[in-house]
Ligand binder design. Structure first.
Ligand SMILES: Nc1nc2c(ncn2[C@@H]2O[C@H](COP(=O)(O)OP(=O)(O)O)[C@@H](O)[C@H]2O)c(=O)[nH]1
Ligand SMILES: [Mg+2]
Ligand SMILES: [Zn+2]
Ligand SMILES: [Zn+2]
Length: 269
């Protein structure tokens, strides 16, 4: 059960889309990414809340993901927003600009369909679609399996487009290097005040669809103040993936995060 909205946990629900292999008994491949030692055992018998159990397990798997990504020099971004704020469009535009200069891979999360993964693959970038079915967010376990399906290389940027939702994805660490929250100018300046959790933990908040500002009464200064009031630390940038305005600011941020990944060890044979 989802801690926030009471929906079915993605791990428990049916997965309608790509069949992520889940071979707990199979040491090859799977265990290279994360182990499952003891996780099915006595936990459910203990009198802990289901919610705490879900989050604790997720945090453990997220730590394993993060260690793996860090050890292999892979920058991992968790893209979060409400549905339709422009996550996939931003990725398409970013891929269009970067071309082959930076190796990218994408994990797409949606309740149903492989439309977003198809959009990314059409741009020539490998993408794995996770369908969460009844679930409303991605979790670290799903990401571990999806990442196992991609040919990840040192120096790569792995972008995880989370399920569109301003509430539940905020609670689930995926093992990402950084969180990017998209906040489109059609959503109203007060969303950071109404959904503080997701904005609080953003390393970068992108005000998207800035090309629409002339048609709206959206006040950028008020929006920025709202973001600042819940998150004094994160960066804020505005852009339009439609016109390309502000894309350089996003790409500069991205390049700086990639630098931070540091020296890249060889992949173990
Ligand atoms: N005007 C405008 N529309 C945009 C922009 N970015 C995305 N859109 C539109 O917003 C809608 C949702 O975009 P999408 O990338 O699918 O959002 P996602 O659900 O967050 O992945 C689509 O109709 C896009 O064409 C933008 O910068 N400007
Ligand atoms: Mg999308
Ligand atoms: Zn939920
Ligand atoms: Zn597993």
């Amino acid at each position: 059960m989802c801690v926030e909205c009471g929906c079915g946990s993605p791990g428990d629900g049916k997965r309608a889309g790509v069949a992520l292999p889940h071979h707990h008994h199979d040491e090859e491949g799977h265990s290279a990414f994360h182990g499952h030692t003891g996780e099915a055992g006595g936990v459910s018998r203990r009198r802990v809340s289901v919610e705490q159990d879900i989050l604790a397990k997720n945090n453990r798997l997220a730590r394993e993901n993060r260690e793996f990504f860090r050890a292999h020099g892979i920058l991992v971004l968790n893209l979060l927003s409400s549905p339709g704020s422009g996550k996939t469009t931003l990725l398409e535009r970013t891929i269009g600009i970067l071309g082959d200069s930076v190796p990218l891979a994408v994990i797409e999360g949606d309740q149903e369909t492989s439309r977003d993964a198809d959009r990314i693959r059409r741009m020539g970038v490998p993408a794995v679609q996770i369908n969460t079915g009844a679930g409303c967010h991605l979790d670290a376990h799903q990401v571990a399996h999806a990442a196992g399906e991609l040919d990840l290389l040192p120096g790569m940027i792995l972008v995880i487009e989370n399920v569109g939702n301003l509430v539940c994805p905020a609670l689930f660490d995926l093992g990402e290097s950084a969180r990017v929250v998209l906040f489109s100018v059609t959503e109203g300046e007060d969303k950071p005040l109404k959904y503080p959790r997701i904005f609080r933990e953003a390393d970068l908040t992108l005000l998207t669809k800035s090309d629409l500002l002339p048609h709206l009464d959206f006040d950028c200064a008020r929006a920025q103040n709202a973001i600042r009031s819940v998150n004094p630390r994160g960066e804020i940038r505005a852009l339009s993936a439609r016109t390309g305005e502000g894309m350089e600011g996003w790409l500069t941020w991205l390049a700086a995060r990639r630098e931070e990944v540091g020296t890249l060890p060889d992949f173990p044979a």
